[in-house]
Ligand binder design. Sequence first.
Ligand code: AQP
Length: 328
Amino acid sequence: MARIFSGIQPSGELHIGNYLGAVKNWVRLQDTHPGAIYCVVDYHAITGTYDTAVLRARRWGMAKSLLAAGVDPSKAALFMQSDVPAHTELSWLFTTLTPLGDLERQTQFKDKSSKMESIPAGLLMYPVLQAADILLYRADSVPVGEDQVQHLELARDTARKWNAKFDQPYFPEPKPLLTPTRRIMGLDGQAKMSKSLGNTIALHETDEEIWAKIRPAVTDPQRVRKSDPGRPEVCNIFQLHKAFSSDETQTHVAQQCSTAGWGCMDCKKVLLEGMVLELTPIRRRSEELDAEPARVLDALADGAATARAIAGETMREVRGYMGLDVLA
Ligand code: AQP
């Protein structure tokens, strides 16, 4: 049975890009893959500048939101990366195999570092830590959004290199598991929905807040007047219908749009209904967890214990294969 691992940064609120690109898949896969491992990667979240109080609140908020979104601690282990020190330990071992040029070529590194005056080495090493996160559990499948596929390629290279160097078929080469909604665009339709671009809809937002965001959101730019027929295939709002509306509604919306039967507002109102239907139970569970914080803390403690046991065994074997065990 394939082992599933995935992680998410506590760098802001869980948004519908994270949810549709990855977390919804986490929830689905925990039923088909017992022992799935899900991690709040707080060490990744400190590779840029940050405020400690804000980070503390976000670590808590992310764990709570994942449980509210449906991660079930009786089916999957959920924990904080910093509670399992083997992540950074394995990461160090992997830095000794990773060519610097491969790290410098990573698109996310180039994008983020180009805006920085002083580039922390941790930002460059980010994908090495990510490789360690995954390989520590010898996971072979990683549910992620499309933006993470390049990072995963580095984890695959790392597994290949380590296996070749130490002559052991020990680490699987992890493959991405993508959803049909692998890349959700921001509401301007210009760039990926992303916390750092501030173009997100967070899972906890109220119906009114969601409406205030989708009402002015960009649609098909060629549809200037209501009487112009629209092109659902290029419209960002229709992409969201694909995630939140039933097949029947999608067909109806596409037909109304392409024949100019509906204006964009009519279409957005139907989208809002679909979003409210899916997001309201998540919001409700989140409020319940606010009232019972021990449920979040217990889930994280249990998850960390499970993760430490698996990670400890991997490190013992890896140290052995690398000549870091007994003193001869
Ligand atoms: N827009 C998106 N569409 C589909 N999937 C997405 N993911 C993120 N944005 C989208 C997926 O969500 C998971 C967790 O991502 P993360 O927060 O750990 O890192 P990220 O990709 O860097 O998220 P952001 O919002 O874009 O944060 P910033 O702006 O801080 O970099 C991953 O599986 C990711 O693919």
